[in-house]
Design a protein around this ligand. Structure first.
Ligand code: CU
Length: 133
């Protein structure tokens, strides 16, 4: 192969690696936020709140909460992308519109320990509440 062909091949391989990283690894990077009663900021009547940035995904995408305790999820939508305009919490029967550049608070109480997903309206963006006893 010529030098140019090698360059094209390497460029292609790099592009493929980047795409895989972007969609599979970057999206799955999760940050765990502990929301235990008494330790969270923004509490007024006892329910801890966790702010989740919405921008091409959810950050943090994993939120640990207490089973049986109400928690406020504050979705801070920082984009106008149509993908993230709805938030769905199937385990709680909730589907809510998220206005762009606003914070939308959704309070939920996981009834028991387990994993509760939250997704965009098309299930492309995903996050998880992990409720622990
Ligand atoms: Cu979407």
């Amino acid at each position: 192969m010529t030098g140019v062909e090698w360059l094209v091949l390497l460029g292609g391989a790099a592009a493929i690696a980047w795409v895989n990283w972007y969609f599979f690894l970057a999206q799955r990077r999760t940050v765990t936020a502990f929301a235990t009663a008494g330790s969270a900021s923004g509490m007024d009547d006892g329910a801890p709140s966790v702010t989740i940035a919405v921008k091409g995904g959810y950050e943090p995408a994993t939120v640990r909460v207490r089973a049986g305790m109400p928690v406020r999820l504050v979705f801070d939508r920082q984009e106008t992308s149509g993908c993230s305009e709805e938030i769905v919490l199937p385990g709680f029967g909730i589907r809510r519109f998220l206005p762009a550049f606003q914070r939308t608070t959704i309070e939920v109480t996981p009834p028991k320990a387990g994993r509760y997903e939250f997704t965009c309206g098309m299930s492309m963006l995903r996050g998880t509440l992990i409720a622990e006893d």
